[in-house]
Design a binder for this molecule. Structure first.
Ligand SMILES: [Zn+2]
Length: 280
């Protein structure tokens, strides 16, 4: 059942729980997330990371309509969200083509410019009833640096209060020990720092860089203020491995591929959704 992200985040907040959000790149991934959520009887969010190459496969409007179609084919709530986007015009295009939740990523900008950029997106998005996730502090790329583990790069609680009040975002990605992609060594989330961030705002908080963090740390984060987690890399890697296995035999017919990949992706999603403690 297609559902707005704000309603899913409210469900997370009411239940002191986290909604899992998965980056998808094609129809098999989108459909498997819906079926996995149905199997687990949990809510879920489907995200598009707006890289130019994906848009050659599924333009915004096609991705949005595909997600809504498969979301409405299951009974559990499924949301749609545009992941990291720092381009104002591109965000408007996504909204125009059917995305009702977007991320305005100004995290690489100085604080004042991040606030100005994010507020500009919120002012437009609000007119269309569209949700906006901001990012404060920087969730970097794990392979490029280990800055993500240093406290000086964590999101600052006083800035959280200012940022959420001045921008009006409906959710906020924060940094307290995670990074995007694969880690060189196991990450350590700073839960005490997260509690300070949570106490600085009523806005639901988001954890990026979910791949490679052990479940016990994730559960601690979900119990202490994280209401949405983005999972990209590990889902992509499973998808890539299954593609390689199937197409290793070049006589395989593409139309038999969905029946091969979707059950495996569906099982992965259902298993991952055990981390969601929302009871529908
Ligand atoms: Zn991210």
């Amino acid at each position: 059942m297609y559902t707005k992200v704000r309603d899913l985040l409210a469900l997370g907040k009411e239940n002191n729980a986290c909604i899992l959000a998965f980056d998808c790149a094609d129809v098999n991934m989108i459909r498997s997330v819906c079926m996995g959520a149905e199997k687990a009887k949990k809510p879920v969010i489907i995200m598009l990371h707006p890289s130019p190459t994906y848009k050659n496969i599924l333009p915004f409007g096609v991705f949005a309509q595909t997600t809504k179609y498969f979301a409405d084919s299951v009974s559990v709530p499924v949301g749609l969200h545009l992941d990291h986007c720092g381009d104002f015009d591109e965000i408007l295009t996504a909204i125009h083509e059917g995305f009702d939740s977007v991320m305005a990523d100004g995290s690489l900008l100085p604080l004042d410019e991040n606030i100005a950029f994010t507020r500009k997106v919120v002012e437009v998005a609000r007119n269309f009833g569209v949700d906006v996730e901001g990012e404060l502090g920087h969730v970097g790329v794990a392979m490029e640096s280990d800055d993500f583990s240093k406290k000086e790069f964590f999101t600052k609680p006083d800035e959280v209060t200012r940022f959420t009040e001045e921008t009006g975002v409906t959710s906020l990605a924060v940094s307290f020990g995670s990074a995007h992609g694969l880690y060189k060594f196991p990450p350590k989330l700073d839960i005490d720092h997260l509690i300070e961030l949570r106490n600085a705002t009523e806005t639901p908080l988001v954890l990026h860089g979910g791949t490679g963090i052990d479940d016990d740390q994730l559960k601690a984060a979900f119990a202490n203020g994280i209401n949405k987690i983005n999972i990209g890399t590990e889902f992509y890697m499973l998808n890539t491995r299954l593609n390689k296995e199937f197409y290793a035999d070049e006589t395989q017919a593409p139309y038999t591929f969905p029946a091969y990949i979707q059950p495996v992706l569906t099982d992965y999603i259902a298993k991952r959704l055990e981390l969601c403690t929302v009871e529908l």
